[in-house]
Design a protein around this ligand. Structure first.
Ligand code: GLN
Length: 473
């Protein structure tokens, strides 16, 4: 039995049954991380991970049975873990150490997880490839010359390479689902408000959520059970009932909606054929597939690239060379500290977003851009609600196609923004969406399909995914 191939559920059971020790498990994964260093998925292995595993063995010997007892987890580099560096993939924060635990880290620790390290990401979660990390790109786990997706590319790559059974990422517009698709694994973006963001570095606060990567559904659902729930430290965390997600329910009677507009949008793209195959596959399983409409879904991408930079602009204002970040050594007064620290600290894409955000919020353009985007958001929410009157789950491709080659995107940033065309809608309307691996592209690399649910109905999408997984085997 190879330890690193075991699922989180299997690891926990083996540990509680004394077949394996936490120490042995943590050590096996850490050795695997070291062996795969060239992928640059993990920025740092925490130096106390093995010690924590040892202490967990003692705790378990005394009867502790946490839901993640002894399970190794890797977190994205924008999630605070007290005392550890949290750099957000930015050289501006390369020495910043978390002063407190994020709620998600607190929950992981309470349930007995061993946090092994932090994963690479696009700087401040802006990007779709991890090419924007200040600490080097992460490589695709299946084809070294390709990107793993992003912004949570390090977390996705880590799970796909068996460096941990579960990893946490974050989503603002697809940063968990798209890398999950590129790496051939599961990636959940929960409903807005499902998981507390306390202690997670904000990108665009009205869209951000913590997301979950895993190789199988049980692990993913188990992690959501641990992380979900209202938190008094995050005003936007929702009161909504937390389900028992690992209890998959019968989905044979559900209706699956295919937005007509999505069929149009996939025309000519690499994902087109695979999406058609997926619809056939569902029909083959005797599931009812119905046409629906989300009339303005084609505007979602433009809407996202107004709302997200606008919010990022204000969230990033706190990084000023005074608090948190490094300070320019050449600055001579306060103005210069702000200006030079930010100029030297932020990378190119982050600066672009700050400019975009300030532009769409500026007095002459606020109505034309920001307010219009807010209005489109309202329409998309209404149209999704309407579509969900006819179906229980929507489906759409996750990404345009397979993972692309490192450095292959043209210098026009909009080409990269297009990567997010299928993912941003779930963030804009606050719905949960799960990317499941389905099919292969022309280079035999994985593709993904999104199961997009009603708000707070993660249970149905997990159950449908389970039904699909069973029938794919
Ligand atoms: N690729 C998108 C962007 O660059 C989404 C990022 C994210 O979800 N964090 O903004």
């Amino acid at each position: 039995m190879e330890i690193t191939k075991l699922s989180a559920v299997e690891l926990r059971n083996s540990i509680l049954n004394k077949k394996l020790s936490c120490y042995e498990v943590a050590n096996a994964f850490i050795e695997n991380i070291k062996k795969h260093e060239k992928y640059n998925a993990v920025l740092e292995i925490f130096d106390d991970a093995l010690q924590n595993a040892k202490s967990m063995d003692d705790k378990i010997a005394k009867g502790f049975q946490g839901k993640l007892a002894g399970v190794p987890v890797i977190i994205k580099d924008n999630i605070l873990y007290k005392g550890k560096i949290c750099s957000c993939g930015s050289k501006f924060l390369k020495d910043y150490r978390a002063e407190y635990n994020s709620t998600v880290v607190e929950k992981l620790l309470n349930e007995g997880a061993i946090i092994l390290g932090r994963a690479n990401m696009d700087e401040f979660a802006m990007g779709s490839s991890t090419e924007n990390s200040a600490f080097g790109i992460t490589h695709n786990p299946i084809d070294f010359d390709r990107v793993p997706g992003g912004s949570s590319g390090g977390s996705a790559c880590a799970v796909a390479l068996d460096l941990c059974p579960i990893a946490l990422g974050t989503e603002t517009g697809g940063s968990v689902r798209q890398p999950a698709s590129y790496c051939g694994i599961y990636g959940l973006k929960p409903s807005y408000g499902r998981i507390s963001r306390y202690g997670v570095v904000a990108f665009a606060s009205s869209l951000d959520q913590v997301g979950i990567f895993s190789k199988n559904l049980e692990d993913n659902a188990l992690m959501l059970e641990v992380l979900a729930g209202q938190d008094e430290n995050d005003e936007t965390s929702a009161k909504a009932k937390v389900d028992n997600y690992t209890n998959f329910v019968d989905v044979s009677k559900i209706k699956i909606g295919v937005p007509n507009e999505i069929l149009n949008m996939t025309k000519g793209l690499d994902c087109e054929k695979n999406f058609a195959n997926f619809m056939d596959f569902l029909k083959h399983l005797n599931l009812e597939v119905v046409p629906v409409s989300i009339k303005n879904i084609e505007l979602a991408l433009a809407t996202y690239y107004i709302l997200a930079p606008a919010e990022a602009t204000s969230n990033l204002a706190r990084f000023d060379g005074v608090k948190y970040t490094s300070r320019s050594s050449t600055a001579k007064n306060l103005q210069e500290i702000y200006k030079q620290s930010r100029s030297q600290g932020f990378g190119k894409e982050v600066k672009r977003r700050i400019m975009l955000g300030n532009y769409v919020l500026s007095s002459g353009f606020y109505d034309a851009y920001y307010n219009k985007a807010k209005a489109v958001q309202g329409l998309l929410i209404e149209q999704c609600d309407e579509a969900f009157k006819k179906c229980d789950v929507l489906i759409m491709p996750t990404a345009l196609g397979e993972a692309y080659e490192i450095g292959s995107k043209p210098s026009d940033p909009v080409e990269t923004y297009k990567e997010d065309v299928f993912t941003v809608t779930a963030n804009i309307v606050g719905s949960p969406s799960l990317s499941i691996p389905f099919g292969k592209g022309k280079h035999n690399l994985p593709l993904g399909i999104q199961l997009f649910g009603k708000k707070f109905d993660e249970k149905t999408i997990y159950s449908l995914a389970k039904f699909i997984e069973k029938n794919l085997k």
